[in-house]
Design a protein around this ligand. Structure first.
Ligand code: GLN
Length: 457
C-alpha cells in the first residue's frame, strides 16, 4: 500500500501494461477506505470502476451514471446523463474513475469549508484545510488515494489546494481544455486542469485531456505536445519575480521561501529580476465583480425544475424561491446577490464595466512583462494551510486569491509546484507564462522539480 501511494502516472502505466490492472484500482479503493474517514476528500466513490489507472474527478465534472453534486444540496440526487469530454478522453486513455472529489459549493471558495458535505482535511495536518475549491482532488493525490485528479480553476482552485497539500497543480491556458460537462461557475475564467504528484504527470494528463472540442466553442485548435520539454535540459530563463510577493499580507515564512527560490533559480543560472506588477493589487476586486456577475447568470438554471432538488410550494414562483433558498448555501447566495447587483442597470457601468476595463489593464501589464521575461513568479498563496473554521471574514478569505487570480483574468497558464515547507506545512510557488506557452512552462517547472530532487538526494 505504501508503494501504491507513491506511484506516479508513468510508473502506473508501465504497471498496467505488464500486469493486472485491476490491482491498481483495488489498491486505490483500499487507500480511500482507510484515509477518507479522516480526509473526506471524496463525495462519492465508484466501487466498480473499469480497469485502469485510478483517477479522481472533481464533483463539478460530469461522469456518466454518477452523481454530480457540486457539493451543493441543490444538486443532490442529480445523476450525470453523459461524460464530460475530459472524462471521455480519460477513459479512452485507460484511466479508471474511482470517485468524485469534494469542493466548495459550485467551486466558490478556497477551503472546501463551503461544501455541503463537510470539509476536506489536509493530509499534512488534519486540523487544517486542504485548500479549495479543488481541495478534495488535492488531498486525494497528496495522500495517495489516487494517482492523479482533475480540478477546475476559476481564480486559483487548482493551484491553491495543490500548494496547501504539497502537490502539483496546473491551470492551462484558457481554451486548451474542453469544459463540456463542467458545471459552469464563471465562464470567462473557468479551466479544467490536472493535480498530480509530479510536473511530468501533469504534462502527461494534459496530452490526454487537451484539444479542440466541437461541444465547447471556446476551445482552440492547437496541437501541443505538453511533454516535449519534460526531462530535457532547458536554456537559461529570464524570470520576473513580482515585487508584490513581499507585500504585507504575505506570511514571513513564505517571503523567506521566495528568497530561497530566487537563490535556487540563480544557482541554476537563470536570470531573476524583481519586477513591480502593481496591477496585482486590483485583481481581487476585479475578480469578485466579474466572477459573481457570471455566477448570477450561470446559476439561474438551478430553479427546482431542471435539476436535483425541488421544494414544492403553492405556485411556480414560490417553488423557485423555496428550491433556491433551501438548495444554495450562504456563500453561493452571497455571490448571486453581488452579481445581480453588479449587473443591474443602475450599477453596471460603475462595477461590471469598470471591472472589465481593469481586467484588460492587468492582462496588458502581464503581456508587457512577458516581452522581456519568460515567466512571472509569485507565491501561489500568501499563507500556508489554515485551521478549519479560523477565517470567518469573507474579505480576508477573498484576499487569499490575490496571486492566483491574474492568470485567470488574463487566460494564462500557471502552475503551482511544491517548494519545501514552513513549519510542517507545504509551500507552493506559482509560475505563470504567456498564453499558450504551456509546454515550455511545464518543461521549466519539471526542470526545477528535478533539480530540487537532486539537491535533496
Ligand atoms: N477562491 C476563489 C473563489 O472563491 C477561486 C475559486 C475557483 O477557482 N473555483 O472564487
Amino acid at each position: 500500500m505504501e508503494e501504491f501511494k507513491k506511484l506516479t502516472l508513468r510508473r502506473a502505466f508501465d504497471f498496467l501494461e505488464n500486469s493486472n490492472g485491476q490491482k491498481l484500482v483495488e489498491k486505490s479503493l483500499e487507500v480511500i477506505e482507510n484515509e477518507d474517514k479522516i480526509l473526506n476528500a471524496f463525495i462519492s466513490v465508484n466501487k466498480n470502476p473499469e480497469i485502469g489507472v485510478p483517477i479522481g474527478i472533481k464533483d463539478n465534472i460530469n461522469v456518466l451514471g454518477m452523481e454530480t453534486t457540486c457539493a451543493s444540496k441543490i444538486l443532490k440526487g442529480y445523476i450525470a446523463p453523459y461524460d464530460a469530454t475530459v472524462v471521455k478522453k480519460l477513459r479512452a486513455a485507460k484511466f479508471a474513475i474511482v470517485g468524485k472529489t469534494n469542493l466548495d459549493e459550485f467551486a466558490m471558495g478556497a477551503s472546501t469549508e463551503y461544501s455541503a458535505f463537510g470539509v476536506t482535511r489536509n493530509p499534512h495536518d488534519a486540523e487544517r484545510v486542504a485548500g479549495g475549491s479543488s481541495g478534495g482532488s488535492a488531498a486525494a493525490v497528496a495522500s495517495g488515494e489516487v494517482i492523479a485528479a482533475l480540478g477546475s480553476d476559476t481564480g486559483g482552485s487548482i493551484r491553491q489546494p495543490a500548494a496547501f497539500c504539497g502537490v502539483v497543480g496546473f491551470k492551462p491556458s484558457y481554451g486548451l481544455v474542453s469544459r463540456y460537462g463542467l458545471v459552469a461557475f464563471a465562464s470567462s475564467l473557468d479551466q479544467i486542469g490536472p493535480i498530480t504528484k509530479t510536473v511530468e504527470d501533469s504534462a502527461i494528463l494534459m496530452n490526454v485531456i487537451a484539444g479542440r472540442d466541437e461541444n465547447d466553442s471556446t476551445t482552440v485548435d492547437r496541437k501541443i505536445d505538453f511533454t516535449q520539454f519534460i526531462g530535457k535540459d532547458m536554456p537559461k530563463m529570464k524570470i520576473a519575480v513580482a515585487k508584490q510577493s513581499f507585500n504585507e499580507g504575505v506570511e514571513d515564512g513564505i517571503k523567506e521561501k521566495m528568497q530561497e527560490f530566487i537563490r535556487f533559480c540563480e544557482s541554476l543560472g537563470h536570470n531573476v529580476d524583481i519586477v513591480d506588477i502593481d496591477e496585482i493589487k486590483y485583481s481581487v476586486a476585479t475578480y469578485y465583480i466579474i466572477a459573481p456577475s457570471e455566477v448570477s447568470s450561470n446559476l439561474s438554471r438551478f430553479d427546482g425544475v431542471k435539476y436535483g432538488l425541488r421544494i414544492n410550494a403553492d405556485g411556480l414562483r414560490q417553488m423557485y424561491e423555496k428550491s433556491r433558498g433551501i438548495g444554495f448555501g450562504d456563500e453561493v447566495r452571497r455571490r448571486i446577490l453581488i452579481g445581480t447587483f453588479t449587473l443591474s442597470a443602475a450599477y453596471y457601468d460603475a462595477y461590471f464595466e469598470k471591472a472589465q476595463k481593469v481586467r484588460r489593464k492587468i492582462s496588458m501589464k502581464l503581456s508587457e512583462v512577458f516581452e522581456t521575461h519568460d515567466f512571472v513568479v509569485t507565491p501561489t498563496s500568501p499563507i500556508t494551510a489554515f485551521k478549519v473554521g479560523s477565517v470567518s471574514d469573507p474579505l480576508v478569505y477573498y484576499m487569499m486569491d490575490i496571486f492566483t487570480i491574474p492568470a485567470n483574468l488574463a487566460g494564462l497558464p500557471a502552475i503551482s509546484i511544491p517548494f519545501g515547507k514552513v513549519a510542517h506545512l507545504p509551500v507552493g510557488i506559482q509560475i505563470m507564462g504567456p498564453r499558450f506557452s504551456d509546454a515550455k512552462l511545464l518543461g521549466f517547472a519539471d526542470n526545477l522539480e528535478r533539480c530540487l530532487k537532486a539537491n535533496e538526494d
